[in-house]
Ligand binder design. Sequence first.
Ligand SMILES: [Zn+2]
Length: 434
Amino acid sequence: MFDLLNLPGVKPVDFRGEGGVITIVAEALDVDLPQCPQCARPLYRHGKRTNLFADTPMQMQPVRLEITRPRYRCDTCGKTLTPELIFLDERRRATKRLVDAIRQRCLWMTFHSLAQKTGLAVNTIKNITQDLIEELEQTVRYETPVIMGIDEVNLAGDYRCVITNLSTNNIFQILKFRTKDYLKPFFEKLHDREKVEWVFTDMWRPVNESFSAYLPNARLVIDKFHVVKMASEALEEERKKYQSILTKDERLHVKKSIRWLTLKRPASLTPAEHAALEIVRQSIPALAEAYDFKEAFYRIYDDPDKSSAKWAFEAWENTLPENKLERFHSLAKTVHNHYEDIFAYWDSPSQITNAYTECLNGLIKIANRMGRGYSYEIIRAKTLYAKHARKVGNGVRLATPSLDTVSTRGIVETVEYGPHIPTLIEIAEAGGLE
Ligand SMILES: [Zn+2]
């Protein structure tokens, strides 16, 4: 019979196809009688033993190997043994090549479809995946970011903590939750902790309270994104109040564009939106006033100088009318509550200005494209260890030669920064993360 198995030490002797499963009957090739590992005396044949192992699918059908091996027995100590076949993973009851094929796919396919294709139990697939994830956890190491972003993104049904490298636009780590219970051990175990110079995040206090003891050189910055977002939300609140006041005719003109007034800067308004804004100015001056406060708040960030930005904020706050525009008043309060960390933005590296927003928007895009029905652990591994997003030119860069990276043999080692967010988005948009 033609050796369709191509596995060392066995030859196929029969072949059955039944119930959508291909069974290949194989026999171990004759070997010299082995010695007893304990007594070093020759062993004697002692019957045969037949076991079933799953192998890589053929013609889209699961394959089972029915392998018959001789058993041997030692007359002196009574030990019996069955010769090992190097291509078998005895623990998984499968060939190693099948286990490898599953490891290649288990982060990209559901456990159920892999179980169906291979004939293995769902639990076996889960265990193989678990082993792979643990192995990746031990072996994959990303370079500690100098400028670190800490965000919350909805993954697998809950808000997860995503830690990014803002200088390279890579994901560095994902934690189950953004609480001290998860953040503190993360910072405590972080290698090269002294490398971190900046931590960009929002107003969530546990972040600051978790890292300050562990990162000796890091300074917290509450990113502009989260601060100006509050101004947009404040305007949005006012818009909802007034939307119903408009006449039907006005609403037709304004409805479509009015929402954009809350989100867009004047420079990016279309002529139609400008016209809508004018209608709002005439018919609802109070809403136009709110719009102007939102715009004035955004302009604080246009100021490149820290002390004049502080002045601009003070002027803005002083002109807020009393007893109205409540959300703008609470925005002012928030700024005071986080004053140093919000204005630390002006001390931070200028190249990072848009990196944080881009990073966060990218993460949200990826999260929205993530397949449903996966556990958090799988989604985390899919994202964090995505092979294609870690390839050279994206996630992996050659480190600039320095004492750290040029080994004594003069070999430049590659430094990995983690999965590259724009590449992950491409993969996600092509359906690769579903
Ligand atoms: Zn023996």
